[in-house]
Design a protein around this ligand. Structure first.
Ligand code: SAJ
Length: 400
């Protein structure tokens, strides 16, 4: 093979399929045997539009093959998870393990690229690790960091058309990585050094987190001030230099709610706004859960009976079926924990069934409930009537 891709998850597999579609032989490596078997059958283990077809094609033409162990190639790409240990220390052990696995395969002039979101300095650390174990290769490898920036749900398009930042540990490495990506990326390729590229990925997601925190803070202020926050933001955004994002029930997903901690943990004294934004966004979910509880108690006092409550949406953002790291799911769990004979309807139109939550159709839940809690702005919800007889808690901007 020309390329070895280590990690066949949400980014590694689409990237491997894309390179293979371009006519290069790609050897995909994953520690999970069932993932390897699925891919070798030409099937996929994740939900992503157009990925199934790309993998099927690449495998059937013999350009993509998966295995649990790597083989020798000219280019090695590491795309493995970098989780956050207890929210105070990034864990690069998977990157280290992936690098260890190819250590004895590396040869002069090979290209080694890290794509995983990583704390600043990780590429240099891996370079030192490689050269310590293979001193005869010192200075002879091309080593670069090139973060992915694709949006789940639109990966196959964005992999090709997004601009990319490419940071080598020296000029030659940067140029070699750029030549490699230029074969299948149509977006612009921007050269920098490895540390800047690492920080760039973290900053992109932190910037979005900080901006969402601003919107979420406004939503709390407006709740006290009796102002419709959606109308307010819409009006403020009419200013030519103001562009406020949307508040919600918190920030979820695997990137935006995690990456800022990579900066905060390494630069705690300096990253005040970034750290506070994380707190504001986490607090927003807690606040929403409290608001549901308080509304429920007030209903009992006002009407002398327990209300029926519909929790609308569980996914981490609108119009997807992904519940991982979802603030809406967190709120549902928290509210249900304190449930005391109240009747709850849990709604998630993008999934058929769930192993913990009993799901109800959204129209039925709306009809039966006294209190409607919008947690996610799924497109289905905007078709529901705006009844005056219901108490509506709209955390997602469905009726904005
Ligand atoms: N959200 C709001 N208000 C908004 C926008 C988003 O509350 O105005 C919430 C969403 O509901 C969700 C969370 O933020 O809970 C994150 O959603 P998202 O659509 O902003 O981003 P992700 O996590 O799906 O993908 C992000 C993208 N990063 C940026 O837009 C800077 C994507 O380009 C990255 O590749 C991806 O993270 C990643 O893998 O890092």
């Amino acid at each position: 093979p020309e390329v070895v891709m280590i990690g066949l998850g949400y980014i590694g597999l689409p990237t491997a399929a894309l390179i293979a579609q371009g006519g290069a032989y790609v050897y995909g490596v994953d520690i999970n045997q069932s993932v390897v078997d699925t891919i070798n059958r030409g099937e996929i283990h994740i939900v992503e539009p157009d990925l199934g077809q790309a993998v099927k094609e690449a495998v059937s033409k013999g350009f993509l093959k998966a295995d649990i162990k790597p083989v020798g190639a000219n280019t090695y790409i590491v795309v493995v998870p970098t989780p956050f240990k207890d929210k105070n220390e990034p864990d690069i052990s998977f990157v280290q393990a992936a690098t260890s696995a190819i250590l004895n395969l590396l040869k002069e002039d090979d290209l080694y690229i890290i794509e995983s979101t990583s704390p600043v300095g990780t590429t240099e650390k891996m370079m030192n690790f490689i050269y310590e174990k293979r001193p005869e290769l010192k200075g002879k490898l091309n080593i670069a960091y090139c973060p992915e920036r694709v949006l789940p749900g639109n990966v196959m398009h964005e992999l090709v058309f997004n601009d990319r930042v490419i940071g080598g540990i020296d000029e030659k490495s940067t140029q070699r990585a750029l030549d490699f990506y230029s074969k299948y990326v149509k977006g612009e390729l921007h050269k920098t050094n490895a540390r800047t590229a690492e920080m760039c990925k973290l900053v992109e997601n932190s910037s979005r987190d900080v901006q969402i925190a601003f919107a979420n803070e406004l939503s709390l202020i407006c709740d006290k001030a009796d102002i419709n926050v959606w109308e307010l933001i819409n009006l403020a955004n009419k200013h030519p230099r103001v562009n406020i994002l949307q508040p919600g029930c918190g920030v979820g997903g695997h990137c935006i709610a995690v990456d800022p901690y990579f900066i905060v943990s390494d630069y705690p004294m300096e990253s005040k706004i970034i750290g506070t934004a994380r707190e504001v966004n986490n607090y927003k979910s807690f606040w929403c859960a409290e608001k549901v509880q308080n509304t429920k108690l007030k209903f009992e006092l006002d009407f002398g009976r327990k209300p029926k409550i519909a929790l609308m949406g569980l996914a981490f953002k609108p119009n997807i079926d992904d519940l991982r790291e979802s603030p809406a799911k967190y709120i549902a769990q928290r509210v249900l924990q304190n449930a005391n004979n109240e009747e709850y309807y849990i709604v998630e139109p993008n999934i058929q069934e769930h192993n913990v939550f009993k799901l109800t159709n959204y129209t039925e839940a709306y009809q039966k409930a006294d209190i409607i809690v919008y947690l996610v702005n799924h497109k289905e919800f905007s078709t529901l009537p705006q009844s005056n007889e219901k108490i509506i808690l709209d955390f997602a901007g469905v009726n904005k």
